[in-house]
Design a protein around this ligand. Structure first.
Ligand code: NDP
Ligand code: 2IT
Length: 453
C-alpha cells in the first residue's frame, strides 16, 4: 500500500522504533493506522498542529504487577499481570483481558491501540484499554483458575471502576473468569457495580453479549455483501479458532444459510466436507466450554470430518468463498492469502484482532478481495459491552431482541462510517482506511477539545 506520503510514514515509524523496536505487534498495528492517517492529517492540518498522532500512540498509563497464586499442590506460582489504559478521550477505558502464555506488553499495547479506534466506531462513549496476564488457563483446575483470578483482581481493583476502566473477556477469559474476578472486586470494594462486562445474565450481564462478537462479525460481512448485491446464503466459509468468537460466528452463519467448512485450535484444524451443522456446533460448544478438550475430538466423534494436525484452516482442500479468522493475531500470512485466492475467495472478515499479516492484506488488496479489518468487523463485542454498561447504569435489562436489534444497527452504522471514509471515486471501498479514519476523527477532535492532557 505505497503512497506519496511514504517518506513521512517511514520517518514516523523510525521514531516509533527508536522508542521500542522490540514491540513488534504494537509497531505493526501503529503502522497500519499511520499509513491511512498520515495522508489524512496532511489534508487536515489541525491534527498536525495539535500533534495528535504522536500523542495517540502513547498510552496514558500502564500498570504491570505481580500475580502470586497457589496451585493445587500447594506450590506458590507467579505470573505477570498488566493493564494498559490507552486513551480516555471519549469515555472510560474499555477493553478485554487476555490470559495466554504469549501475553506481553507489545501484544497488549497493540490490542489497546486497536481498541481506541474500534470503540470510537461503535458510536458509544468508550475509551481504549487492554490487559491480561501471561497465565495459561489450559490444564488448570477450576480452583486454580479461581485463585488466579482472585489474585489478579486484588491488584487490578486498584486501577479500575465503572467510571474509570471497565475490563471484559478476550482469549482465555470467558464467563467463568469474569465471574471469579467480579466476585473478588465486589468483596474488596463492597460495591455491586458494572466494573466488568460479560457478566452472567442473572447478575448484571447483558443478553447477547456472549454471542455479540461472532454475530456482529457476520452482520458486518452481510452488510459488505449487501452493498454489492450479494448475501451469505450458500457461501462456503472457512473459520479459524473454536472459542467464543468462532462459535457464535458459526451459529450466525448457519442461521443465514451459509456453509461452514472448518474450525481449528492451536493443535490443528477440522475439515467438514458436508459443512458443520447445528448438532456439530452443540458438540463443539460442549467440547470447548465444558470439557475444555482439543479439536481432534470432533473428528473422532464425526468420522466424515478430517483432522489436520499442526495445520491452519486456510489449507481446506476445497473452494472457499469467505474466510473469517477468529483465533489470534498474525494467523493468516501471505502464503495463506495466496492459497485462499487460488481457492476463489472473495471476502475476508477479521473476527480476531489483527489476524492477517500486512503481507496477507497486501495480497488481498492486489486481488480486489473485500477485506474487513477487525476494528470494524469484531466491534460488536465491545459495542454490546457498552450496552451492558448502559443497562447497568439504568439498573434495567433489555430483552434479547432489543439488544440484538441494537447490535445489528451498530454494525450497520460502522459499515456506513467505513464506506463514508473509505470509498474512492470508482466506488471501491477501502475498509481499512474507512475504519481508521472514522475511528480517528472522533477521538482526535475530543483530544483537541480537552487540551494537552
Ligand atoms: P477464546 O479464548 O474463546 O478462543 C481462542 C481460540 O483461538 C481458541 O480456539 C484457541 O485455540 C485459538 N488460539 C488462541 N491463541 C492461538 C494461537 N497462538 N495459535 C493458534 N490458535 C490460537 O478467545 P476469543 O474467541 O474470545 O478471541 C478470539 C479472537 O477474537 C482474539 O483475537 C480476540 O482478541 C478477538 N476478539 C474477541 C472478542 C470477544 O468478545 N471475546 C471481541 C473482539 C475480538 P487453543 O484453545 O488451542 O489455544
Ligand atoms: O477485542 C475486543 O474488542 C474484546 N475483547 C472485547 C472488549 C470488551 O470490552 O467487550
Amino acid at each position: 500500500m505505497s503512497n506519496k506520503y511514504q517518506d513521512q510514514i517511514d520517518a514516523f515509524m523510525e521514531s516509533m522504533k527508536a522508542r521500542g523496536a522490540h514491540e513488534v505487534e504494537f509497531l505493526q498495528a501503529v503502522e497500519e493506522v499511520a499509513e491511512t492517517v498520515i495522508p489524512f492529517i496532511a489534508e487536515h492540518p489541525k491534527y498536525e498542529e495539535h500533534n495528535i498522532l504522536e500523542r495517540i500512540v502513547e498510552p496514558e498509563r500502564t500498570f504491570i504487577f505481580r500475580v502470586p497464586w497457589m496451585d493445587d499442590n500447594g506450590k506458590a506460582r507467579i505470573n505477570r499481570g498488566y493493564r494498559v489504559q490507552f486513551n480516555s478521550a471519549i469515555g472510560p477505558y474499555k477493553g478485554g483481558l487476555r490470559f495466554h502464555p504469549s501475553v506481553n506488553l507489545s501484544i497488549l499495547k497493540f490490542l489497546g491501540f486497536e481498541q481506541i479506534f474500534k470503540n470510537s466506531l461503535t458510536t458509544l462513549p468508550m475509551g481504549g484499554g487492554k490487559g491480561g496476564a501471561d497465565f495459561d488457563p489450559k490444564g488448570k483446575s477450576d480452583s486454580e483458575i479461581m485463585r488466579f483470578c482472585q489474585s489478579f483482581m486484588t491488584e487490578l481493583s486498584k486501577f479500575i471502576g465503572p467510571n474509570t476502566d471497565v475490563p471484559a473477556g478476550d482469549i482465555g477469559v470467558g464467563g467463568r473468569e469474569i465471574g471469579f474476578m467480579f466476585g473478588q472486586y465486589k468483596r474488596i470494594r463492597n460495591e455491586f457495580t458494572g466494573v466488568l462486562t460479560g457478566k452472567g445474565e442473572n447478575w448484571g450481564g447483558s443478553l447477547v453479549r456472549p454471542e455479540a462478537t461472532g454475530y456482529g462479525a457476520i452482520y458486518f460481512i452481510q452488510n459488505m455483501l449487501e452493498r454489492i448485491g450479494d448475501n451469505i446464503r450458500g457461501k462456503s466459509i472457512a473459520i479459524s479458532g473454536s472459542g467464543n468468537v468462532a462459535q457464535f460466528a458459526i451459529e450466525k452463519i448457519l442461521q443465514l444459510g451459509g456453509k461452514v467448512l472448518s474450525v481449528s485450535d492451536s493443535s490443528g484444524y477440522i475439515f467438514a466436507p458436508d459443512g458443520i451443522h447445528s448438532e456439530h456446533l452443540d458438540f463443539l460448544k460442549d467440547l470447548k466450554n465444558v470439557k475444555r478438550g482439543r479439536i481432534d475430538e470432533m473428528a473422532k466423534a464425526y468420522p466424515d470430518m478430517e483432522f489436520y494436525e499442526g495445520e491452519r484452516s486456510w489449507n481446506v482442500p476445497t473452494n472457499v468463498d469467505i474466510a473469517v479468522p477468529c483465533a489470534t493475531q498474525n494467523e493468516l500470512n501471505e502464503e495463506d492469502a495466496k492459497k485462499l485466492i487460488d481457492k476463489g475467495i472473495s471476502v475476508v472478515g477479521e473476527g480476531a484482532n489483527m489476524p492477517c499479516t500486512p503481507e496477507a492484506i497486501e495480497q488481498l488488496y492486489e486481488h480486489k478481495i473485500i477485506f474487513a479489518p477487525g476494528k470494524a468487523a469484531n466491534a460488536g463485542g465491545v459495542a454490546t459491552s457498552g450496552l451492558e454498561m448502559s443497562q447497568n447504569s439504568l439498573r434495567l435489562s433489555w430483552s434479547r431482541e432489543e439488544v440484538d436489534d441494537r447490535l445489528k444497527a451498530i454494525m450497520k452504522d460502522i459499515h456506513h462510517q467505513c464506506v463514508k471514509f473509505g470509498r474512492s471515486d470508482d466506488g471501491h471501498v477501502d475498509y481499512v482506511k474507512g475504519a481508521n479514519l472514522a475511528g480517528f476523527v472522533k477521538v482526535a477532535d475530543a483530544m483537541i477539545d480537552q487540551g494537552i492532557v
